[in-house]
Design a protein around this ligand. Structure first.
Ligand SMILES: [Fe+2]
Length: 312
């Protein structure tokens, strides 16, 4: 990790290893959107989780980063196999936040990875987490990220609160995302145990990654975007000192009764940001994905597990 001076890359490839949606007949590929052929018995799996593999290229340099690791080892390793992803090439891991739909296969992945692999995460990723659902009246505590188990794999944890970069400033990790919009108010059902008290989760650990692609602009990947996808994009525009956004990918967390009311303002703000492409995934939800498709038809791309986006 080093200071913040995000460098341009020649090319970025993002392969969606784990996502909520699969459709093996979406096969239309373009120069930017590559769809895998996965005939039986090599079907991919989908689950409520996210994992993306990022490859950046600059001159003769090439680096591979894993962002998040889905819910289950079953899905994560099955998909890596059917998409021919060589996980041994991963040089670093970024964890977006401490929810189990993002760290599910992490310990097993790290136990098979090279010793000493860096894992960048916010210290709050280790908090106890839960959900207090007023509709069902049920409160559940989630599986917690196990720091001892992570360390036992031989990985080196980098607990960082602020923005940081990887590979001599080729990949920017947001750190705590500044909240600037008036409609992205967090998730009142989500809880965290802080100072021995269960409180509404402030999600200080929620972060994404961004890469600046030569001649195109920023590609921003929000994982669950608990900080708000618009806040996340604006944070990156400020951190990278550029307003040009080429693509916004990731889980925008717009599903369910709490979030559906902010689908409209989110799309309105996204149109002002004016990315060339928008790829809502994971926790964005069916309603919001459809709204993006309808209201930003030129920019919208449907993500299925296994899709590889090539930005160059
Ligand atoms: Fe998530």
């Amino acid at each position: 990790m080093s200071g913040l001076n995000l460098q341009e890359v020649d090319k970025l490839e993002v392969t969606v290893l784990v996502d909520n949606y699969t459709d093996v007949f979406v096969l239309q590929s373009t120069d930017m959107v590559k769809r895998p052929m996965t005939p039986p018995p090599n079907f991919p799996l989908a689950e409520h989780g996210l994992s993306c593999l990022l490859k950046v290229y600059k001159g003769a340099e090439e680096h591979v980063v894993l962002m998040d690791a889905g819910v289950s080892s079953t899905c994560f390793f099955n998909n890596a196999r059917v998409f021919n992803v060589d996980l041994s090439k991963v040089e670093a891991v970024v964890l977006s936040h401490g929810h189990p739909d993002h760290f599910g296969a992490l310990v097993e992945f790290l136990s098979k990875a090279a010793k000493g692999i860096p894992v960048v995460l916010h210290p709050d990723a280790f908090l106890r987490r839960g959900l207090n659902n007023p509709i069902t009246g049920r409160r559940v505590e989630f599986p917690r990220l196990d720091e001892a188990a992570l360390k036992e794999t031989g990985a080196v944890l980098h607990k960082i609160k602020d923005a940081s970069t990887l590979f001599s400033d080729l990949i920017l990790i947001s750190g705590e995302v500044r909240r600037v919009t008036d409609f992205e108010k967090g998730f009142p059902w989500a809880e965290a145990k802080i100072d021995d008290k269960w409180v509404v989760d402030p999600f200080h650990d929620d972060q994404g990654v961004a890469v600046k692609v030569k001649g195109k602009g920023l590609v921003v990947i929000g994982a669950c975007s608990h900080a708000g996808i618009i806040n996340t994009v604006k944070h990156y525009q400020a951190a990278a000192q550029t307003s040009k956004v080429h693509a916004v990918l990731g889980g925008f967390h717009l599903t369910g009764p709490i979030f559906e009311p902010i689908i409209g303002p989110t799309i309105e703000e996204m149109r002002k940001i004016s990315p060339d492409f928008v790829m809502p995934m994971h926790c964005t939800g069916w309603q919001a994905i459809n709204q993006f498709a309808k209201e930003m038809p030129e920019q919208f791309v449907l993500t299925t597990v296994g899709t590889t986006y090539v930005f160059q």
